[in-house]
Design a protein around this ligand. Structure first.
Ligand code: SF4
Length: 407
């Protein structure tokens, strides 16, 4: 998962070099996000920076990423704990290039011995050769974009894989020795019934997956899906039906041995350990840690400063060393407080009460945010409990509405 950061709004922000942003900052990087922008086909709902692969740019992409990693290495002061290679479809890279990229990341940066390495993959791109290359490079976790196990709903989303390819991919990854597999599902697809959704959840669980991310379908500006909806091709799923689907997911996954740890994420409980299968990289986003960004449009964070690498492949390829960045946000205390609450309270365990109170004391938005949290507590949607502020199980189902008030 790549963290999506809001643009600064209004005029496009001037570009700055990432090494200039980082110079002199006291950041403690714990992870790296690498964005591979190539896809086989553009899914209709997708607003990530990705486009149909023309294979001629794969080698320049990897060479540029290697140079970027080398330029960022001096800013890493302690062994890194997580790598997440997302996109796009990283597994579209030709196998020698994928192996080269991962090998360079391994060689150029210091890694903790138990570092979590995740690569995103679309099921149809996973071959025995790809799975073997991932395992050989030290990738221990693969996040598969299944989205649905129903061909009708995959067609609505304009996903090009067939449902059987997910099981095939899981088999190949397991055979190669990949220990941790996560599956992404989408709910609220037009025409998707409650029974269809339950079928998708059961199919994902039956594959023996270790982690599930369940996202409600969103209609982003300038996507084919939104244009089709506006042309009246279908009615979007209504909010109540979506809330019921999320509720069903939580109940069914709980019965299947998963624990919800974030608004949209569930991890399989292993030997009584509810945290073993959580995505440690995504926790960096929710816990306000520092991570580096590699690749066009990749977002990074360094002690309160956020940036996005220049979001055009041609511009990014033309650079040298560290990337140019856009949307550099040096967060006023008000903005920082809103972001911190919006991200931290997504976690089921919540945020330490002292941190919440410190954030509520900051900026002009503090009283409004305090009001939103107090209201949610009074309504039983949030609670202050054991030194933490968190959503109640019931409140988690409608958390996004409260979180939107905190930004
Ligand atoms: S595969 Fe993923 S990144 Fe690529 S177009 Fe589809 S949703 Fe977007």
């Amino acid at each position: 998962m790549q963290l999506t950061i809001a643009g600064a709004g209004g005029m496009p922000a001037p570009r700055e070099r990432v090494d200039a942003i980082l110079a002199g900052r006291e950041a403690s990087f714990e992870g790296v996000y690498v964005h591979v922008p190539f896809c086989f086909h553009k899914c209709h709902y997708c607003d990530f920076y990705s486009f149909v692969d023309r294979e001629d740019r794969q080698e320049p992409f990897v060479a540029r990423a290697e140079a970027e990693v080398r330029a960022l290495a001096p800013f890493v002061r302690a062994p890194l704990r997580t790598l997440f290679v997302g996109g796009g479809t990283p597994t579209l890279l030709r196998v020698p290039l994928l192996a080269r990229l991962l090998g360079s990341l391994r060689a150029s940066l210091p890694w903790d011995a138990g570092a979590e390495w995740t690569v995103e993959a679309n099921p149809e791109t996973v071959t025995a050769e790809v799975a073997g290359a991932l395992a050989a490079a030290g990738v221990g976790r693969v996040s598969l974009g299944a989205q649905s196990f129903d061909p009708r709903h995959l067609k609505t989303l304009e996903r090009w894989h067939d449902p059987e390819s997910v099981a095939r991919a899981v088999g190949l990854l397991r055979a190669a020795g990949i220990g941790r597999i996560s599956v992404d599902l989408i709910f609220g697809i037009p025409g998707q019934s409650a029974e269809d959704w339950e079928h998708d959840l059961r199919a994902a669980v039956a594959l023996g997956t270790d982690h599930l991310s369940c996202y409600g379908l969103t209609y982003e500006p300038n996507t084919a899906m939104t244009a089709r909806m506006e042309r009246g091709e279908f009615e979007p799923c209504d909010d109540d039906a979506e809330a019921r689907m999320l509720e069903r997911a939580d109940a069914l996954l709980g019965e299947a041995g998963f624990a919800r740890y974030e608004v949209s994420n569930w991890a399989r409980v292993r030997g009584g350990d509810a945290r073993a299968e959580e995505c440690r990289h995504n926790l960096l986003y929710w816990e306000d840690r520092d991570w580096l960004a590699v690749g066009p449009s990749a977002s990074g964070h360094a002690s309160g400063v956020r940036w996005k690498n220049v979001p055009r492949l041609g511009d990014w390829l033309a650079g040298e060393g560290a990337s140019d960045a856009v949307d550099v946000e040096r967060g006023s205390p008000d903005v920082r407080a809103g972001e911190r609450l919006m991200m931290g309270l997504r976690l089921v365990r919540g945020m330490p009460e002292a941190e919440v109170d410190a954030a509520l004391a900051l900026g002009a938005g503090g009283p409004r945010r305090r009001g939103a949290i107090d209201r949610a507590v009074a309504e039983g949607r949030m609670e202050r409990c054991g030194g933490f502020v968190r959503f109640t199980p019931r409140g988690m189902m409608t958390a996004n509405a409260v979180l939107a008030d905190l930004v």
